[in-house]
Design a binder for this molecule. Sequence first.
Ligand SMILES: *[C@@H]1O[C@H](CO)[C@@H](O)[C@H](O)[C@H]1NC(C)=O
Ligand SMILES: [Zn+2]
Length: 418
Amino acid sequence: CTWHEMKTMMFIIRSDHTLNTICLPSAQQGEVESCTRRKVKRLLSFQRYCHASRLLRGLVPHTPGSLHLLDDDYLGQAAHMLSKVGTWNFDIFLFDRLTNGNSLVMLMCHLFNVYDLVHHFQLDIVKLHRFLGMVQEDYHSQNPYHNAVHAADVTQAMYCYLQEPKLAEQLSPLDVFLGLMAAAAHDVDHPGVNQPFLIKTQHHLASLYQNTSVLESHHWRSTVGMLRESGLLSHLPADMSGDIEAQLGSLILATDISRQNEFLSTFREHLDNQDLDLQLASHRHFILQIALKCADVCNPCRVWELSRQWSERVCEEFYRQGDLEREYDLEISPLCNQQADTVPVIQIGFISYIVEPLFVEWHRFTDPSPLSLTMMGHIHKNKACWNNLRCAAHTPTHSPTEEPEPEGGDEEVDDEIP
Ligand SMILES: *[C@@H]1O[C@H](CO)[C@@H](O)[C@H](O)[C@H]1NC(C)=O
Ligand SMILES: [Zn+2]
C-alpha cells in the first residue's frame, strides 16, 4: 500500500467504527444490559450477538474521540516493514503498534495488492475495506492470544508458505484469495476459552454446533455472515460465491486441533506415495488446509524473541480460563492451572506433540526449502530454551538471599506487552 492509500484506509476504518458505535439499535442495547448482569455470559460475549460488550468495558481501542491521528512517521515505518512482508523474522507486534492496532487490515490490503486480487476478482475496494474492518473488529482485543494480531501473524505466515517454491507456481488466484481470507478470519470472534469450556457451561454455540468443532464452525459462519453483510462477493455468480464460502469453511475447520491426526496421516500417506498432484484443485485445497494448520501453530518456528511472546500470551489466556473455572467451581481444564502448569512445560508439550510432527511432514513436502530449514532450526532452539527454563525453575542455582532470575531473563529483551 502506498502511504496515501494507508491514510485513506484509516479513514474508512474510522468512519466504519463510528457507525458501529453510534448506530446501536436500542433493542441491542437492551440485550447488552441484560448481558452485563450475567457475568459469565458477559465474559463470553460473542460480539455478533452482544455487540457493544467491548464498548461497555471501555476496551475499544479506536473510539473516535480517543483516536490520535497516526504519526506520518509511524505509517512510513509500517510501509517500510510491508516491503519485507515475506521475511520470516517479520515482527508483527511492532507492525501492529506502528499501525495503531490495524495490522490485520493493513496486511491484508497490502497482500491483495501484491497478488492483484482486487483487479482479478473485480472487488469493490470500499466493500473490501469494510469487510476487513469488520473481521478485525470482531476479534477480541482483550484476549491475550486469540486477537487480531494472532490473525495477522497467521496471515503473514500463510503468505510465506504460499511463496514456497514448491507451491507458488501452482496456485491460482482463487487459491491465494482463499488462503489469505481463511488465515485472516480463522479465529474471528474467539471468546478466549476453549471448546470443552463452552460445552460444560452449556453455551448456546455448543448446542448449535452439537459439541463438534464448535469454535471453528463459529469462526466460519461469522466470516460468511460478514462476507454477505459487506457484499464483498455479491457481484460474483451465486455458485462461485457459494463455492468460496464452502472452501473457506473447509479451510477454517481444518484448524480444529482435535482433527490433527486425521490430517497428519493423510499428509504422510501422500508424501510416502509421492502422489500429490498440484495440478488438481482438490490436492491444492488439501495443501492449503495443511499450510493454514502450519501457519496457525507456527509460533515455535519463529525467532525466540517473537516465539516467547506468543507462548506467554497463549498461557495467559489458558490461565484466565482456569481462573474463571475456579471462580465458578468448575473443574480446572488441563493446561489452565497457573500454579501447576508452567509456561515451559506447556510449550514443550505443544512443540513435541503438535508442532514438530506437523512441521516434520511440511519439511518433507517443501523438499526441504530454506524457510523449512529455518523453521526447524527455530523449533529445536526454542524447545531447548524452554527446557533450560524448566530446569532452572526446578533447580534454583542461586543462594537463598539472591533474587531469582525472572523467567526468560538472560539478555532477552523484555518487551512490554502492547
Ligand atoms: C454436548 O455435550 C453435553 C455435555 O456433555 C451433553 O449434555 C449434550 O447432550 C451434548 N450435545 C450433543 C448434541 O451431543
Ligand atoms: Zn488460530
